[in-house]
Design a protein around this ligand. Structure first.
Ligand code: ADP
Ligand code: MG
Length: 356
């Protein structure tokens, strides 16, 4: 992480941020645009502060709503890299309101401080990704999801998070694994820390639950276009506090990735999984020929189980295991992976029951 607090560079435009995100994030055009604007405003805010100008620009904290494996974490992580700011992901369910068993929300700031190599200045411009915020919904309106029993967390954690989202100064311990005095605390101003909260809010939307397969490519696109916008009222009814939502002015809905997009996820980004396997095999002078039919089988397996892009790596690792094990011993220059090969391997995956 370069310490860049004094770098006087032009603020990246939304389009520049979008274009950079676009290299790594497949689909999700609306989300990339909204996030690019929010990030641009974030940079402007930070710059105004640096130049000691007073500024009206409000914090552009973001709420990402979308199904598992649609790229919520992926977008946030890539955004942090594009902006050259420290980044940490935390899970909302691990936190409790002060005084209860569990982590205090200040630990989020400690995590970020650690990622920023203990630079308070960099920490104050960083991004914190708070996952699973739908799991800290207020549960008072009864037995939603049968989860009515855990009422302690929910609202209290939202309350505790509020003060960070608002931008207060907090005292956090320096990392205790370091050789410093354990009682060392530092003051961190959270005013310019960008919070990206994420959740599936799964009972608020219908994504066409046949997994897209039965619908076929074209039909799935049509289904996606008709996806309804989730309103603030729905989120409040779901159990999110109005004050909490008020601190997340940018609400972005991600789409469920369809088969064509998942194939692109496998092959297109510079760090895509297929490219990675290709590089690994190339080190043994082996060329990997992954047929389109093979890719489609991998993708369908993931779609059928509602895993989105999240299942792809584990599935592919499983499919490729024997190839990777044996390839260096073979004198062959080419390995071909086609639909039949993938199908045969995936039969084994069902019974292997590895945790995807
Ligand atoms: N839209 C996307 N474009 C490219 N890769 C993606 C996309 N969505 C997910 N991925 C890949 O799948 C993995 C899991 O996605 P993730 O962002 O964790 O999903 P979510 O947080 O929405 O459940 C990511 O690490 C990334 O490699
Ligand atoms: Mg995630």
């Amino acid at each position: 992480m370069e310490s860049s607090a004094r770098r006087e560079e032009a603020v990246l435009t939304p389009r520049e941020i979008f274009d950079r995100l676009d290299h790594f994030v497949i689909g999700q055009e609306a989300a990339k645009r909204a996030v690019a604007i929010a990030a641009h405003n974030h940079l402007k805010r930070v710059q105004a502060r640096r130049l000691r100008r007073s500024s009206l620009i409000k914090k552009s904290n973001i709420l990402l709503i979308g199904p598992t494996g649609s790229g919520k974490t992926h977008i946030a992580r890539n955004l942090a890299e594009i902006l050259h700011v420290p980044f940490t992901t935390v899970d909302a369910t691990e936190y409790t309101e002060a005084g209860y068993y569990g982590k205090d929300v200040e630990v989020m700031i400690s995590d970020l401080l650690f990622k920023a190599n203990h630079s308070v200045e960099d920490t104050q411009r960083g991004i914190i990704f708070v996952d699973e915020v739908d799991k800290i919904a207020r549960r008072s309106q009864g037995a939603r999801n049968g989860a009515g029993s855990r009422d302690i967390g929910g609202e209290g954690v939202q309350q505790a998070l509020l003060k960070l989202l608002e931008g207060r100064e907090v005292y956090v311990p320096l990392n205790v694994t370091q050789a410093w005095n354990k009682s060392d605390f530092v003051q961190v101003d959270t005013r310019d820390i960008l919070f990206i909260c994420a959740g599936t809010f799964s009972d608020l939307h219908e994504y066409g639950d046949e997994g897209g397969r039965a619908l076929g490519f074209g039909a799935e696109d049509a289904a996606k276009r008709s996806q309804k916008r989730i309103s603030t009222k729905q989120l409040v009814d779901f159990g999110m506090m109005a004050e909490f939502l008020g601190r997340l002015p940018v609400v972005v809905q991600l789409e469920k990735l369809g088969e064509p997009e998942l194939i692109r996820v496998l092959t297109e980004p510079p760090d895509s999984i297929i490219r990675e396997f290709r590089e690994l095999l190339a080190m043994d002078d082996i060329e990997l020929d992954f047929a389109d039919g093979g890719l489609r089988e991998v993708v369908r397996y993931s779609v059928d189980r509602g895993l989105g892009a999240r299942g792809l790596r584990s599935i592919l690792e499983f499919v490729m295991a024997d190839v990777m094990f044996e390839a260096p011993e073979h004198r062959r220059r080419r390995v071909e992976v086609d639909a039949d090969f993938v199908r045969q391997r995936l039969v084994g995956l069902d019974s292997a029951q590895i945790g995807l």
